[in-house]
Design a protein around this ligand. Structure first.
Ligand SMILES: [Zn+2]
Length: 104
């Protein structure tokens, strides 16, 4: 079935177009954000933010001395990079006006 007919004069492109642009903008933001190269992603506890210092590469898992959460090294690093990316995004980019967002 075709769910495209919401009324003869709804305008085919209007609401749709806005949504697509918003989606693209969001994706671009996510794709292009970069964290600093020396960001110590594998040294920071992704649960509480405690910085535990450098670890030899053979350390695959460690337990945060601060909050006692056990981390898999790569998972923890991945989480930290994602958090950092989000932090950079929210610090640099103005809030993206989405559909339904009321801006003055
Ligand atoms: Zn912790």
């Amino acid at each position: 079935m075709s769910g495209a007919s919401q009324g003869p004069r709804a305008g085919k492109l209007g609401p749709f177009r806005g949504r697509v642009v918003y989606y693209k903008a969001t994706r671009r933001g996510r794709t292009f954000v970069k964290v600093a190269r020396d960001f110590p992603s594998s040294q920071i506890c992704s649960a509480c933010g405690h910085r535990d210092g450098k670890k030899p590469l053979q350390v695959r898992a460690w337990t945060c001395p601060d909050c006692a959460v056990r981390h898999c090294r790569d998972w923890n690093a991945g989480k930290n990079v994602r958090y950092e990316g989000r932090r950079i995004l929210s610090a640099t980019a103005p809030p993206t006006p989405g559909p339904g967002a009321s801006r003055r």
